[in-house]
Design a protein around this ligand. Structure first.
Ligand code: API
Length: 269
């Protein structure tokens, strides 16, 4: 069975998008998702995105990390599929109902309300998620936020001075995080700008992480370190994040279609 795909990215965080809204696809399982996402033997991407019909929204977006794990949110992919859809969209995801408005070269997305309770992150036991009494090597005093997926955020003097490729997997897989976690390293440059590097759950170091930018901005606002809106500067480029306590998170930034192609479904088992 020949299957078309659209290759897209948000600030270099890249996706293979399968659009099954009109024509259903056979069930996509973890191993097939990982095989398609494999950068050496597959098409290659950070996340595989599957669009399907929805009973409660314009369409459903399913998100599979490069390791095949299915997760609840992907900020950069939400902007990409909004651009692909081409008009205002309400999008059903496992992490909640989102609304997106495409603009030229990108999109603005209402990412829903952040959650802070320890069991909403989730953590393995009760803890203050605004200032957690835990640490890994030179990283300490993190915060945790769920924005449809779990994030832990550390403030550091210099994001480039931390060996995130070595420490990231240790934190991602720590038993404190029963569903694993995305690891964010942030430097507060001013009250209107944050520098951010992310080790993503199930994908590793990426050039950008939209939900990481949302979680980090909200955490920095809760600690009264920045104002809203704030620019989050990722290796791949900038996102603008706005939030007020009690409200939902607004994320604005670019999205790009790289190319289109097709592949033989049965080649990826
Ligand atoms: N790795 C994330 C999913 C992708 C998030 C990221 N690519 C974004 O733009 O938000 C997780 O396992 O929760």
């Amino acid at each position: 069975m020949r299957v078309p795909f659209i290759k897209m990215h948000g600030l270099g965080n890249d996706f293979v998008v399968l659009d099954a809204r009109e024509n259903a696809l056979p069930a996509l399982d973890t191993s097939r998702a990982a095989a398609i996402a494999d950068r050496h033997e597959g098409i290659g991407c950070d996340q595989l995105i599957l669009l399907e019909p929805s009973k409660s929204a314009d369409f459903r977006m399913r998100i599979f990390n490069q390791d095949g794990s299915e997760v609840g949110a992907c900020g950069n992919a939400t902007r990409a599929v909004a651009l692909l859809h081409g008009e205002e969209a309400r999008i059903e995801t496992a992490g909640g109902l989102l609304s997106a408005s495409p603009s030229d070269g990108g999109a603005s997305v209402d990412m829903g309300a952040p959650r802070f309770d320890w069991d909403a992150i989730p953590l393995a036991y009760p803890m203050d998620t605004l200032s957690m009494p835990v640490g890994w090597e030179m990283l300490e005093d993190p915060g945790a936020v769920n924005v449809g997926n779990p994030h832990v955020i550390f403030f550091v003097e210099d994001t480039d001075a931390v060996p995130l490729d070595r420490i990231g997997p240790d934190i991602e897989n720590d038993p404190l995080f029963p569903e694993r976690v995305n690891v964010n390293l942030a430097t507060i440059e001013s009250r209107s700008r944050i520098r951010l590097r992310v080790w993503e759950r199930g994908a590793g170091l990426t050039r950008a992480c939209g939900t990481g930018a949302c979680a980090t901005a909200v955490h920095a606002m809760r600690r009264k370190l920045v104002d809203s809106p704030v620019i989050v500067a990722l290796p791949g480029g900038d996102l603008e994040i706005a939030w007020e306590p009690g409200g939902t998170i607004q994320m604005t930034g670019p999205a790009t279609e790289s190319f289109r192609g097709s592949f033989e479904w049965d080649d990826y088992a």
